[in-house]
Design a protein around this ligand. Structure first.
Ligand code: IMP
Length: 498
């Protein structure tokens, strides 16, 4: 007869945090959100520490190189998805590792013989007013000049004339070799009163452009997650099918950390794959998951996982619970796994961080997940809403939306994640849909971080370990939940004093 485990399967919505005493000096500026990413001896430091406790989901609709760059610049980490050929994923890793803040690959490029009308069209398409003129119109072609929207007027100049007539030709163009730093580039921009400095290689081919505004922009990110060579860090998802080929290619490309990605990680396949990875690449951290209880945590921790993801069935695009009847409320899962993580540490002296993955709907859910013991969180829907996510941005009558689809949807067909028998997806475990567009990732994350810090301050904590050790939670009754959500019609015009 089946065994019924003790306790109800509960979700984040069912909990609230009680405020603790807030001491003098416990203020948002004092809150430190650093957190360990990977296994380490108790009391020692984790080899990789996140500057903020956020990772992006291993999904086509979420973890692209652009998003990985934006998230790492804000102290978090992306795991680039593996739902693509090995060489494509390795190329994505390289894009993040080769990113040099302030040095942008030119996206507005023309040839000298192209017409000014063509230039206008390209500028309108990219939204940028500086174009590189290269021999073949590519971003890496031989640089022949630069042309900006200030060099011609669409009504004064003949738009059938060639770009060469209005460009600043290479002979008169200040430019640099590729060995300069961003601060050296910035000095030249100011000393020579330039708006843009092209960087070329030894053969005169364009490498990148540095704009005056980008130096300021880089100073916005004091919390970047970088490796010892100051390159942004990036993670990569792997599966239990082609890991013997995929892992070497990803490491060769520079991936900092890997994660076995499965909807149900409590399997011999995953233990074998972890054992193989730890045997061949002992210095590379590898995470595992997903699990929802302490027994499965112990299984993967003993197989060598360097962190373990928690969550089955809670994802916003997930229909696993409806399709297979498998899963657990995310709050119960995190509490159970966190207790197992602490017991494992007592037993072995090793701390194996855990990650709450999926189902975080409100910003305060992130605070709850952290308070309940998660070292960091992983999110799909949250990140899919931003400019940097790969889904298309589409207009609707109520504003913009971004596409967001599950890895188990027919659109993604990531059969390696679902193990339904054989190679393919027999039934869907995820949906294909839209989420409200939310602008730039850094702006959105700034607000989220402010909210989490405010929650921690109310709970009297300035670090995540302190938050976890002292948080007090209460279950919310159906009645008080409804009271919280009593509807008030929101005024859409400013109130007029009477
Ligand atoms: P979200 O943050 O609630 O959108 O959940 C994202 C998480 O859902 C991912 O990190 C995965 O663990 C999980 N996930 C991704 N795609 C699917 C799917 O198609 N079905 C079920 N779960 C999924």
């Amino acid at each position: 007869m089946a065994q019924v485990v003790a306790g109800v399967s509960r979700t984040f919505n069912e909990y609230l945090l009680l405020p603790n005493r807030t001491g003098v000096g416990c203020a948002p500026e004092a809150v430190d959100l650093r957190t360990p990413l990977v296994r380490h001896r108790e009391g020692a430091e984790s080899a990789i520490e996140l500057g903020s406790p956020f990772t992006s989901a291993i999904m086509q609709a979420v973890s692209s190189p652009d998003l990985a760059i934006a998230l790492a610049r804000n102290g978090g980490l992306s795991f680039l998805h593996h739902n693509c050929p090995i060489d494509e994923q390795a190329a994505d890793v390289r894009k993040v590792k080769n990113f040099k803040a302030g040095f942008v690959t030119s996206d507005t490029n023309v040839r000298p013989q192209d017409t000014l009308q063509h230039l206008v069209d390209v500028m309108r398409h990219t939204g940028h007013g500086t174009a590189a003129v290269t021999h073949d119109g590519s971003a890496g072609g031989r640089l022949l000049g630069l042309v900006t929207s200030r060099d011609f007027h669409p009504h004064r100049h003949d738009l059938d004339a060639p770009v060469a007539d209005r460009m600043t030709a290479i002979a008169d163009l200040p430019r640099s070799g590729s060995d300069l730093t961003l601060s050296e580039a910035n000095s030249r921009l100011w000393e020579e009163r330039l708006d843009c400095l092209p960087v070329v290689d030894a053969n005169g081919h364009l490498r990148s452009l540095v704009f005056r505004s980008d130096y300021e922009d880089n100073k916005r990110y004091p919390n970047q997650l970088v490796d010892l060579d100051k390159r942004l860090r990036v993670g990569a998802g792997v599966n239990t099918y082609d890991y013997e080929e995929r892992i070497p290619a990803l490491l060769d490309a520079g991936a900092d950390v890997l994660c076995f990605d499965s909807s149900d990680g409590y399997s011999d396949w995953q233990a074998q794959a972890l054992t193989w990875a730890k045997k061949h690449y002992p210095e590379i951290p590898v995470g595992g998951g997903n699990v929802v209880d302490g027994e499965a945590f112990d299984f993967l921790a003993e197989a060598g996982a360097d962190f373990i993801k928690v969550g089955v069935g809670g994802g916003s695009i997930c229909i696993t619970r409806d399709q297979k009847g498998i899963g657990r409320g995310q709050a119960s899962a995190v509490l159970d796994v966190a207790a197992a993580r602490d017991a494992f540490r007592e037993r072995t002296g090793e701390y194996v961080p855990i990650c709450s993955d999926g189902g975080l709907v409100h910003d305060y859910h992130m605070a709850l997940a952290l308070a309940m013991g998660s070292d960091f969180v992983m999110m799909g829907r949250y990140f899919a809403r931003f400019d940097q996510a790969p889904g298309a941005k589409l207009p609707t009558k109520d504003g913009f939306v971004k596409e967001y689809w599950g890895e188990g949807s027919n659109r993604a067909r990531n059969w390696q994640r679902y193990g339904q028998g054989g190679q393919g997806l027999i039934f869907e475990e995820g949906v294909d849909g839209y989420v409200p567009y939310a602008g730039d990732l850094s702006d959105g994350l700034t607000v989220t971080i402010a909210k989490i810090k405010a929650t921690m301050v109310s709970c009297g904590a300035t670090t995540l370990p302190e938050f976890q050790a002292t948080a007090r939670l209460t279950l919310v009754s159906e009645q008080s939940f409804q009271e919280n959500h009593a509807s008030v019609a929101v005024r859409d015009t400013p109130a007029v004093a009477v």
